[in-house]
Design a protein around this ligand. Structure first.
Ligand SMILES: NC(=O)c1ccc[n+]([C@@H]2O[C@H](COP(=O)([O-])OP(=O)(O)OC[C@H]3O[C@@H](n4cnc5c(N)ncnc54)[C@H](OP(=O)(O)O)[C@@H]3O)[C@@H](O)[C@H]2O)c1
Length: 259
C-alpha cells in the first residue's frame, strides 16, 4: 500500500525528494529509491525529524510497537495518517500522545491508482491538514470523508473489503460461463471487461445504478430472467448479511488490536 501511495504521489507530480520511505528492509528501500527517487531510511525516528505528514502503513499487528517507538520523535504538529485496518483513533492517540490524526481505510485497487478511501479526522487535525490527507490519498483514487469513526467500519464493509466481493462475483460468472461451454480464458476476459465496463458506465453516468440496471433489463428479455433469479434467491439479503459480518469483524479487530 505504501508503495502504491508513493507511486501515485510521484505520478501526480510530487517530487520524490519531499518523501522519505522507511522499512526494516534495505533491499525494499533501494528498490523504492530506484523507482521513485525518494529518500529512504531504515530508522523510523530519524526519518521523522522534519516530517509534516507521517503515513503509518505497517501491518496492524505491529502498529503498537512501531507507534510507541515513534512517539517521542514525532514532531508536535505533524499530521499522522494511519491506513491500518482495525486500529482505532483512540489506540493511535494513546500510543502517539494525541497527534493531529487522520484514519484512512483504503483498498487494493490503489495498486492501479483506482482505489477508494474513506477518511476520518480527529479534532486536532486542522482544515489544512485534512486537505493534505485528502490530496495524498487522492493520488491513489477516490476519497470520501466520514463524520464519525464508527463509519470507518462501514467504509471497510463497502470499499475496504469490497474488491473481494467483485472478485467473487467474477469468479462465479467465469465458472458459470465455463459450465455453459466457454473456454476459461474467454469467460474470464468477458467477465472482467464487463465488470470494468459496468463500473465505468456507473461512474460516468448521470443516473444511479438502479436506473442503469433497469435500462439493461427489458421486459421479458434475457437480463430480466437473470435478475429475477438473483432476487428470488435473496441476493440483496445475502449482500446485506455479508457486509454486516464484515463490519462486525472490523469492530472485533479494533478491540483485539487496540490499546
Ligand atoms: N492490502 C490491502 O488490501 C489493505 C487495504 C486496506 C488497508 N490496508 C492496510 O495497509 C497496511 C499495510 O498493508 P500492506 O498490505 O501494504 O502490508 P505489507 O505489504 O506487509 O507492507 C508493510 C510494510 O511495512 C514494512 N515494515 C515492517 N516493519 C516496519 C517498521 N518497523 N517500520 C517501517 N516499516 C516496516 C514491511 O517491511 P517488511 O516486508 O520488510 O517486513 C512492509 O514493507 C496494513 O495496516 C493494512 O491493514 C491494506
Amino acid at each position: 500500500m505504501a508503495r502504491s501511495i508513493i507511486g501515485g504521489l510521484i505520478s501526480n507530480g510530487h517530487p520524490g525528494k519531499m518523501i522519505t520511505a522507511t522499512s526494516p528492509s534495505q533491499e525494499e528501500l533501494d528498490k523504492l529509491a530506484e523507482d521513485y527517487s525518494v529518500n529512504t531510511n531504515t530508522d523510523n525516528k530519524q526519518a521523522l525529524a522534519d516530517a509534516d505528514v507521517v503515513v503509518l502503513a505497517v501491518k496492524p499487528q505491529i502498529m503498537k510497537p512501531v507507534c510507541c517507538e515513534l512517539a517521542e520523535a514525532l514532531p508536535e504538529q505533524a499530521l499522522v495518517i494511519s491506513i491500518a485496518a482495525g486500529i482505532s483513533a483512540a489506540s493511535l492517540e494513546a500510543w502517539l500522545n494525541t497527534p493531529p490524526l487522520v484514519r484512512c481505510m483504503p483498498n487494493t485497487p490503489a495498486l492501479v491508482l483506482e482505489g477508494a478511501s474513506g477518511l476520518y479526522a480527529n479534532s486536532k487535525a486542522s482544515e489544512e491538514q485534512k486537505q493534505l490527507a485528502h490530496a495524498i490519498l487522492t493520488a491513489v483514487g477516490e476519497v470520501t470523508w466520514v463524520d464519525t469513526e464508527a463509519l470507518i467500519d462501514s467504509v471497510t464493509a463497502v470499499s475496504g473489503s469490497g474488491p473481494a466481493y467483485f472478485f467473487l462475483m467474477m469468479e462465479a460468472m467465469i465458472e458459470a460461463g465455463i459450465k455453459q461451454g466457454l473456454e476459461r480464458e474467454t469467460a474470464a476476459t468477458l467477465a472482467i471487461q464487463t465488470a470494468l465496463g459496468a463500473a465505468k458506465l456507473a461512474k460516468h453516468s448521470d443516473v444511479d445504478v438502479a436506473e442503469l440496471r433497469r435500462r439493461v433489463t427489458s421486459p421479458k428479455g434475457t437480463t430480466e430472467q437473470a435478475i429475477n433469479s438473483f432476487e428470488a434467491n435473496g441476493f440483496r439479503d445475502m449482500v446485506d448479511q455479508a457486509m454486516q459480518a464484515c463490519r462486525t469483524r472490523a469492530e472485533e479487530l479494533a478491540e483485539e488490536l487496540g490499546a
